[in-house]
Design a binder for this molecule. Sequence first.
Ligand code: 3PG
Length: 208
Amino acid sequence: SLDGLKAAASKAPIVPVLVVPDVAAAAPLANALVEGGLTTAEVTLRTPSGLKVIEEMKKACPELIVGAGTVLTGEDVRNSLAAGADFLVSPGMSPRLLDALGDHKDVTIPGVATASEAMTRYEEGFGMLKLFPAAIAGGVAALKALSGPLPHLQFMPTGGVSADNAGEYLALPNVVAVGGSWIATEKDVSSGAWADVTSKAKTALSKI
Ligand code: 3PG
């Protein structure tokens, strides 16, 4: 289930979305995030190293809830779970991915951009949804509007979330957490700017 993620998000509701090409960065990155007060991370499968990075981050920081992002195929689902991912995130849904998710819908946060998509995912058994790309799909105003007719849906908006607007999203009753790449950018990761990552995490948490 997503209970681990929800418990972690109740302490620190910002999920850094990570692109980590170099497995050696996994441990110092995990430590930098935890040092900054974060409790969760999403490692995208946009690099072939993603799966190994999930393993290494969990090894370095067993208390960190680590999910796999950019899960697009059945192979991604199987590999992510085998690597120890605590949750799965996809930018949207496809018939084949839905099939492959089978019994794992309860650990998956699929991307949606409209009320119809949200209703469909809920009917299929997904409890938490990622509004994506959040800023383009209407941002805070869209989530506010959706909470009227669909108050039972919970969201993790991602895409265009920043330190400046994370608080506005998190003030909404239907937002459990926000995701974003700004805490640890590809540049931060490739240059090993761990102190900056920690400081951005602390700043973001202090503003919400
Ligand atoms: C992504 O898929 O890269 C995430 O949505 C992050 O979006 P952001 O770079 O706008 O935070």
